[in-house]
Design a protein around this ligand. Structure first.
Ligand code: PLP
Length: 450
């Protein structure tokens, strides 16, 4: 197998291997890494999918992307840990399914990328003299997933910056109660202020002696493994389809995937899977009122507005960092993007209404992000005149468990949610964090703690 390299998207830095791309996070020219080649997976593999285990599927798809940096045995071990929970496909209507990505330890889909990246860093740091500091800014879910994924990983210290009073109580507990190699910094400011401080660290010559990387979805080890659950969803669907068809028709079903999107890493991973051969009729990018991408697809002009707070706060992003990767997957051809991706924006009022309608019609409880995904699917069906059938099912991604947005879900639906064990465990912990409000304090913290 020829090994795939990673190039920076602005082309100002040399190509490098997977390992170096992961350890750096961003390329030296501050742009994102992208594979030099998209591996094509054979048609036979897609047909054989129902008979393969999740780890076998992971090996087939990820091995070419990490070749030269991870032995198959190491990759297998990382995948065992990454794919250790279920990704069920749950029917919520005729030919309409919710892909539940919240059965991991922090109950958000970010567990997948965070665990995969933690496994990679553990492997790459084996025997290293210096410890690596993983820096991450979070608007809520990333911090918890990264904290949990990296807990106890040798040679790695995690520093999480989160905005004071802008994350939910459960989210704050997930970042601040673990201890060990996880440090939380509460920032006086909003998420943009946190992200700004993190960027400054990477540009700061006084900190250049530290080994630093970032665990946001700019890191290829966090971004790419997200392609796996699109394939697992397809596998679940093929199993159902084969059973109900009970014939040997050769054509494969092509689902429509609707993805609630913020930084666009998740949907970009789905499109990567598609480019590797996953059958998919269409993708829908569903956003809240932070609608830079829907406006871009409509007008051809990319104009971020100021970020607005919404009830689907993990998607409150107005300048999505992964959009450049999607653009690259289509070789910069906007018409080709429009052919394959539709984008729609929804208000909080529409989101609440969708949560109520889905609950009434099927008894299914969506969190606000999943509800935006559901709305995106409905809108695309109308606009594109697609009809859902057994060979074109609709799948929306349910990116977080409703409990993570408990007050909103309980109020909107007039119900009480049960607290799952993953959450009751963190409710008992004591919150520990340092407070900072300037970049100087962050620098001081990094210099004294390493
Ligand atoms: C992060 C997040 C999203 C947005 O995912 P992107 O990859 O940033 O587009 C959607 N829903 C939830 C619950 C999230 O935590």
């Amino acid at each position: 197998m020829s090994s795939i390299e990673y190039r920076s998207l602005s082309g100002q830095s040399p190509q490098t291997d997977f390992r170096t791309a992961v350890l750096r996070g961003l390329a030296p020219d501050k742009s994102l890494y992208f594979p030099t080649e998209i591996p094509k997976i054979s048609a036979d593999f897609w047909k054989a999918l129902p008979g393969l285990s999740p780890v076998e599927i992971g090996l087939e798809l990820m091995a070419p992307l990490v070749a030269g940096s991870l032995e198959n045995s190491a990759l297998q071990q990382i995948l065992n840990d990454t794919l250790s929970f279920d990704f069920p496909l749950v029917a919520v209507g005729e030919h309409c399914y919710s892909l539940e990505l919240f059965h991991g330890p922090t109950m958000a889909f970010k567990d997948v990328g965070a665990r995969f990246m933690a496994g990679c860093l553990e492997e790459f740091n084996r025997g290293a003299q210096k410890k690596t500091t993983v820096l991450v800014a979070t608007s809520g879910d990333t911090g918890g997933a990264v904290a949990r994924g990296f807990l106890g990983v040798e040679g790695v210290e995690v520093v999480i910056l989160y905005p004071r009073d802008k994350v939910s109580d459960i989210q704050e507990r997930q970042l601040t109660t673990l201890g060990k190699n996880i440090k939380a910094l509460r920032v006086e400011g909003d998420f943009d202020a946190c992200q700004h401080m993190v960027k400054e660290v990477f540009l700061d010559p006084e900190l250049s002696a530290l080994t630093l990387t970032s665990a946001n979805s700019i890191n290829v080890a966090r971004w790419m493994p997200q392609l796996l659950y699109y394939v697992l969803a397809y596998r679940s669907y093929l199993k159902m389809y084969n059973k109900s068809q009970a014939n040997s028709r050769n054509e494969l079903p092509e689902p429509v995937f609707s993805v609630p999107s913020g930084n666009f890493g998740n949907i970009c991973a789905g499109i990567l899977a598609h480019k590797m051969g996953l059958p998919a009729a269409h993708f829908v990018a569903a956003t809240n009122s932070n609608d830079t991408v829907p406006r871009y697809l409509a007008t051809g002009k990319y104009v971020p507005h100021k970020t607005q707070p919404t009830i689907s706060n993990a998607m409150d992003v107005s300048d999505p960092s992964n959009w450049v990767r999607i653009n690259e997957l289509f070789h910069g051809d906007l018409e080709a993007v429009r052919e394959k991706i539709s984008a729609f924006r929804f208000t909080d009022a529409q989101t609440r209404q969708a949560m109520q309608e889905v609950a009434k019609a099927s008894g299914y409880i969506c969190d606000p992000h999943g509800a935006v995904g559901f709305l995106g699917l409905q809108a695309a069906l109308k606009a594109k005149e697609i009809t859902l059938t057994a060979s074109t099912p609709g799948i929306f991604l349910e990116t977080a468990h409703p409990i993570k947005f408990r007050p909103e879900v309980e109020k909107t639906l007039g119900i009480n949610l049960e607290i799952p064990p993953q959450i009751s465990a963190v409710m008992k912990g004591k919150k520990e964090f340092d407070s900072i409000d300037t970049y100087g304090q962050l620098r001081e913290f990094l210099l004294t703690s390493s």
